[in-house]
Design a protein around this ligand. Structure first.
Ligand code: ZN
Ligand code: ZN
Length: 154
């Protein structure tokens, strides 16, 4: 039973309606540039790492599921929209979105998938000029930007 085990990592959606625990170290950390991952994340690519099905427990709520193809189930929070999971239905494995982990910096992707769909801007992102949040936002806005996001723990 999941309750008897100590999670290796935890994560969840932005609003906190859906939380999960992983009971083994995620493997095959990757980013995927395919057009479906771009759309599902509203982003240039999607970062994932996965565990055997038995090593993920949904500990609060359950994700909504969209079958983006016959072989793929994508889980997301129905309340806040956070992309949470990806699964090939013919594999005993489920991946979570790296950004939804409470400590996403613990995972470093080691491969890029579907590079034929890589958007041109991707290769230049790290060369863009950078600003801190305080440099980007008027000071008087900052009090109203206090996070309502669920904290990075249960
Ligand atoms: Zn949510
Ligand atoms: Zn993809």
């Amino acid at each position: 039973m999941a309750a008897d085990r100590t999670p290796v990592m935890t994560g969840g959606c932005q609003c906190g309606a859906v939380r999960y625990a992983l009971y083994s170290e995620p493997t095959e950390p990757s980013i995927c540039h395919c057009r479906m991952c771009q759309k599902a994340f509203g982003n240039y690519f999607a970062p994932f790492a996965g565990v055997p099905m038995a090593d993920l427990a949904w500990t609060r709520g359950k994700p909504g599921i969209f079958h983006s193809s016959e072989l793929v189930e994508r889980g997301f929070c129905r309340d806040c929209g956070t992309p949470l999971s990806f699964r090939y239905v013919n594999r005993d494995r489920i991946s979570v979105s790296i950004g939804s982990l409470d400590e996403p910096a613990r995972i470093r992707p080691d491969i890029q998938h579907s590079i034929e769909s890589r958007l041109p801007a991707f290769l230049e992102l790290h060369t863009l000029p950078g600003q801190t949040t305080k440099e980007s936002i008027p000071a008087e806005w900052l009090p109203k930007l206090a996070s309502r996001q669920h904290p990075d723990h249960d």
